[in-house]
Structure formats: C-alpha cells, structure tokens
Design a protein around this ligand. Sequence first.
Ligand SMILES: Nc1ncnc2c1ncn2[C@@H]1O[C@H](COP(=O)(O)OP(=O)(O)OP(=O)(O)O)[C@@H](O)[C@H]1O
Ligand SMILES: [Mg+2]
Length: 278
Amino acid sequence: MSNQTPVIELRNVDKSFGPIDVLHEISLKVNAGEVLCLLGDNGAGKSTLIKTLAGVHSPTRGQILLDGKPMRFSRPKDAQEKGIATVHQFGGTFPLMTIGRSFFAGVEPTKGIWPFKVFDRSKANQIAVKAVQDFGITRIDDGDRLVGGLSGGERQSLAIARAVHFGARVLILDEPTAALGVKQAAHVLRIVNEAKRRGLAVIFITHQVMHAMAVGDHFAVLIRGAIAADFRKGEKSREEITDLMAGGETMSDLEAQIEGYMETHDGHPPQVASQSDA
Ligand SMILES: Nc1ncnc2c1ncn2[C@@H]1O[C@H](COP(=O)(O)OP(=O)(O)OP(=O)(O)O)[C@@H](O)[C@H]1O
Ligand SMILES: [Mg+2]
C-alpha cells in the first residue's frame, strides 16, 4: 500500500496572501480508492487548501503532484482538465437547468466527449439519468426535471456522478453534508463510498466527526493552517477527533463549563458568540 504512487500529493505547501500566512508546510497524500477527511475548525484553512489544489490559488511555496508529477495550475480549468473535480456545498449545479442540461454544462463538444454539434436533449437526458442511477440514485429517472427541484442530497449526488462520468480522478468535496438532514447525508456518504470503490482519490471536508468516520480512511486535522494531526482509520476515537477539531481543547471541559454557567444562570445556556469573531 505505502509504496503506491499517490494520485494527488502536496509537498510542503505554504500559502500566503500578502503578509497573511494561511497555510504552513502542508504535506498530504491521497491514494486511488481512498478518502482523506480534512477536518478543522472555522478559519483553519481547509477551503484555502482545496482552492490551492483546484487551481483557484497557486501555492506560495511547495509542490502539488499528480501521479507523482509536479503540476502548476494557473486557473481552475487547468486542474479540471487534469481530472481534479471540486464539488461545492450546493452541488455546483444550476437550479434553473434541467438535469440533462446541467450534466453537460461546460463540456466542450470539440473534446470528443460530446459528439453532437446540436444539443441532443433526449440523448443527454438518457446519459445523465443512467450515470446518476448507476450511483444508486434511482429516484432520478427524468432528465427533463429541473435541478432546483431536487433535494440537497440528490443535487450533491448528481454533481458527484457527473464528475465521475467525465473522468475525474480526484474528487474534492467541501462540506457536502453540512446542510443535509440525517437521511440525505447518509445518501451522500454512500455515494462517496461508491466513488472510492471506483478508484477515485477523495478529499472530504466536514465538521461532522460521524460523517468523517463513516467514509474516511485517513484523516488530517488543520489547526491555524498547519497539520496538527494526521492519522488513519481506527487510530483515534471519536472523542479524540472531536477534541482535535475544536483546536486541541477538551470538549468535556467545555461542556463542564457550560453546565457550571447554567447552574448559576437559572438553567440558561450562555449566549452563542457571533460567528464573525471565530
Ligand atoms: N484571499 C484571502 N486573503 C486573505 N486572507 C484569506 C484569504 N482567503 C482566506 N483567508 C484567511 O485564511 C484563513 C483560512 O480561511 P479558510 O476559508 O481556508 O478556512 P476554512 O478552514 O475553510 O474555514 P470554514 O470552516 O469556516 O469554511 C482565514 O483566516 C481567512 O480569513
Ligand atoms: Mg471553508
């Protein structure tokens, strides 16, 4: 296992925006058929890290390697063309498009992937519906339906199926389950497992420890832009992972503090601090 060439690797990557250092010496590897869960509190640098992989930002120092070869992406399209697909929180799809249309949006006819000069609606629908159903989403059976009418989980699933259909080798998912209920999240997690079974290298960002544990083979915790912990499945308990994600503080101490507060404040919990100062 360990002497296999990783599909994607970061070597000592730093990223600064002017004087602001956001990422420090990030080294990570993801093999084919593996899920790396990237964990960390708000502002830890997770999105910056994946934007660096996706060609939105260039690393200030260090290297990105794809199949062992150093790469330089100057724009997101460069990364996409190399098979690095990023799915954003709302699936990155277009609510007012039909399923068939959105599946082929941005796919250039000259690439040979799409052999039709004129958009063939029924063919497009057929291919899109089949790709999605192959992922086990059998409830999507009509390519003429609007993407906006799909549930959040179905939209995520459509975006993942689309990335896999067009040959993605690296799938980056930035909090795909954040806005989903329990059943929908389980559905997306199943699809992530299916992408992994098909041999993709998956990078999965989440704040939910249970979701990470359901799919992750390998975990990396970012704290203030540096990798604070890097471990494999089974090496840490749920409690240990939760504490790491909270920036190394013990959640049980925090819970005790909240309880103490409530005892002296008529059972009222403390006011939640605003997100902006996180
Ligand atoms: N273009 C930029 N210029 C300056 N600072 C930036 C820029 N982009 C991000 N940052 C800073 O980098 C830090 C990490 O941000 P990032 O969005 O990567 O965090 P995150 O881990 O994705 O957080 P969240 O969980 O809230 O999504 C933050 O302090 C942010 O303000
Ligand atoms: Mg983020």
